[in-house]
Design a protein around this ligand. Structure first.
Ligand SMILES: CC(=O)/C=C/C=C(C)/C=C/C1=C(C)CCCC1(C)C
Ligand SMILES: CC(/C=C/C=O)=C\C=C\C=O
Ligand code: FE2
Length: 568
């Protein structure tokens, strides 16, 4: 408690903090008998711009400096405002009661810093990785955040400019390079060798079966190990195979206690390698390769994919990587991608054991970032699966969602209902050699506000028949998912949790040890508030009602994906 108040006091007096060039404040946490735990606030003014720091003043409800540059941020939700310190840690005061069985750390990654010097990033996915932890310890929550020390972030800090290609931004070529006819060739080499690509691992964080904790993005070089306790960056995860030549991979590998599966798209000969890595190893083995079926130049974008007990599902979306757009310095309407619905949309199914393709079906056009789960079904009862069911957060084959995630759009909300509709899309993929698969709406989308993304399930049901999806849904009108939702895909019932003005991050389900019901557990989310604050929320996985919350002494921006690291 003492630490919370102290930290709050520091946050509240940013104008005082602003007057010095670099401040690290340490205050003992008297309420805590563990001397290791301190409340720490670290502000590095050498990097954080005036504008960011001014925003900090607004978000902590201090007097607002009269500056033109601050006007935009005044109206901007804290969810879209950069973090104001490189790191912070301290104990949060809990309202309600944390279940005694919940001991471990929830770690969340996301793009928390969207400017370098005076340059503002364009897209949500461009921001520098910021880790947030919630360490649950016998009913208490020790928390903190810290920026990931990627090469991209360190270089930006040092040179006060963008140095690597991010999701939507490309560094400006050197002025004297404009007239060099070979600079274009150089850029191509740097792109395809991966040299110019970012390692800003801002998308997710996973805990491998051997306990190593790794932050990830879609570039392979952006696989970075961290210490989940201190949030310190340990260093690059070095893949001990030749597969990094392929530059990119899915941002969402599938991790179990024994292995990790992921997809590596091939931009040159459109297709995907399906790879598997044993826990404890750094070497991925190629289980199989699937060739793209569409005649397009690039493979479909794979942000995520799905597995069943025996198969890997490889999506081939009509939203495709475009080598032409990759080489463009300025963003195109679809960034590095292009929309090719006329070339078809497909799902391929590979045997985990043999690497053989056991089904490859054409399906209606779709746009998804996130697969929810998949399972095999035996419809004839003879003990062999006849069909695969795969669910995803589907954006009604509408690519506008990518552009809705531009920071300017997110920041200029005027209360209009502008979020395009999304649903739970259910694929039915027959295993009898049929040419076509189906894609249908699993649950009437109106029930979850026609928003559906950032999903989680009970991890014990991975690849198995399951019933509950936790995700971000909406209370309309909105320009971004603003509610948490629990969908019962069997009974087609939906529960919604919402408070006015909030932007919640991914609801993450943690099962209760020993539970026999799929929804026996808790759901963790971090909520950014309209008034500039933020809090961690714990919902009961079954009733979907609040069981506890803990306020941060400052506002946290929106975050993407997290993981659970149990205490042993
Ligand atoms: C945050 C998130 O969901 C996605 C991030 C994706 C990134 C950073 C993608 C980066 C890329 C490049 C820098 C060039 C190559 C293509 C692509 C993988 C889109
Ligand atoms: C935040 C998001 C989509 C929200 C729309 O409803 C997608 C994030 C994708 C990356 O992880
Ligand atoms: Fe994602």
């Amino acid at each position: 408690m003492a630490s919370l108040i102290t930290a709050k006091a520091i946050m509240m007096s940013h104008h005082h903090v602003l007057s010095s060039t670099r401040i690290t404040t340490l205050c003992s946490d008297k309420a805590n008998d563990n001397q290791q735990r301190k409340t720490k606030l670290h502000i590095s003014h050498r990097f954080f711009s005036r504008r960011t720091i001014s925003a900090a003043v607004i978000n902590s409800a201090s007097p607002v400096p009269k500056k033109e540059t601050v006007e935009d941020e005044r109206r901007c939700h804290v969810a879209w405002t950069s973090v104001q310190q490189e790191k912070w840690e301290g104990e949060l005061t809990v309202q309600g009661k944390i279940p005694t069985w919940l001991n471990g750390t929830y770690l969340r990654n996301g793009p928390g810093l969207w400017n370098i010097g005076d340059h503002d990033f364009r897209h949500l996915f461009d921001g520098y990785s910021t880790l947030v932890k919630l360490e649950f310890d016998d009913g208490r929550i020790f928390s903190g955040h810290r920026l990931l020390e990627s090469e991209a972030y360190k270089a930006a800090k040092k040179h006060k400019k963008l140095c690597y290609r991010e999701f939507s931004e490309t560094p400006k070529p050197l002025r004297n390079n404009f007239k060099n006819p070979f600079s274009g060739v150089g850029e191509i080499v740097k792109l395809f060798s991966g040299e110019s690509l970012t390692d800003n691992a801002n998308t997710g964080v996973i805990c491998l079966g051997d306990g190593r904790v790794m932050c990830l993005t879609e570039t392979q070089k952006g696989s970075i190990l961290v210490d989940h306790d201190t949030l310190e960056t340990i260093g690059k995860f070095k893949y001990d195979d030749g597969l990094c030549d392929h530059m990119i991979h899915s941002a969402h590998p599938i991790v179990t206690e024994t292995e990790m599966w992921t997809l590596i798209p091939d931009l040159v000969k459109p297709g995907y390698r399906v790879v598997r890595m044993e826990a404890g190893s750094n070497k991925r083995e190629v289980v199989g390769r699937v060739k793209c079926r569409s005649g397009s130049w690039g493979p479909g974008w794979v942000h995520s994919f799905a597995v069943t007990e025996n198969y890997v599902l490889i999506p081939e979306m009509p939203l495709r990587y475009s080598v032409r757009n990759l080489l463009r310095a300025e963003p195109t309407p679809l960034y590095k991608f292009e929309w090719c619905p006329n070339d078809g949309a497909f799902v391929h199914v590979m045997s985990k054991l043999t690497g053989e393709i056991v089904a490859s079906v054409e399906v209606p056009a779709y746009v998804t970032f996130h697969f929810i789960n998949a399972y095999e079904e035996d419809e004839t009862g003879d003990g062999k699966p006849t069909v695969i069911i795969a669910d995803c957060c589907e954006h009604n084959a509408d690519t506008r969602i990518l552009d809705m995630l531009r920071l300017h759009t997110l920041r200029s909300s005027h209360g209009d209902d502008v979020l395009p509709d999304a649903r739970i899309g259910r694929f039915r993929i027959p295993l009898d050699g049929s040419k076509y698969g189906k894609l249908e709406t699993a649950v009437e989308a109106e029930k979850h506000g026609r928003a559906m993304d950032m999903c989680s399930i009970n991890p014990l049901y991975l690849g198995l028949k399951y019933r509950y999806v936790y995700a971000c849904g909406a209370k309309r009108p909105c320009n971004f998912p603003n509610a948490l939702t629990k969908v019962d895909i069997v009974e087609k019932k939906v529960k919604i949790w919402h408070e006015h003005g909030i932007i919640p991050s991914e609801p993450f389900f943690v099962p209760r040890p020993g539970a026999t019901h799929e929804d026996d557990g808790v759901v963790i989310s971090i909520v950014s508030e309209e008034n500039g604050g933020s809090y961690a929320i714990l919902l009961d996985g079954s009733s979907f009602e609040e069981i506890a919350r803990a306020k941060f002494p400052y506002g946290l921006p929106y975050g993407l994906h997290g993981c659970w690291i149990p205490k042993h």
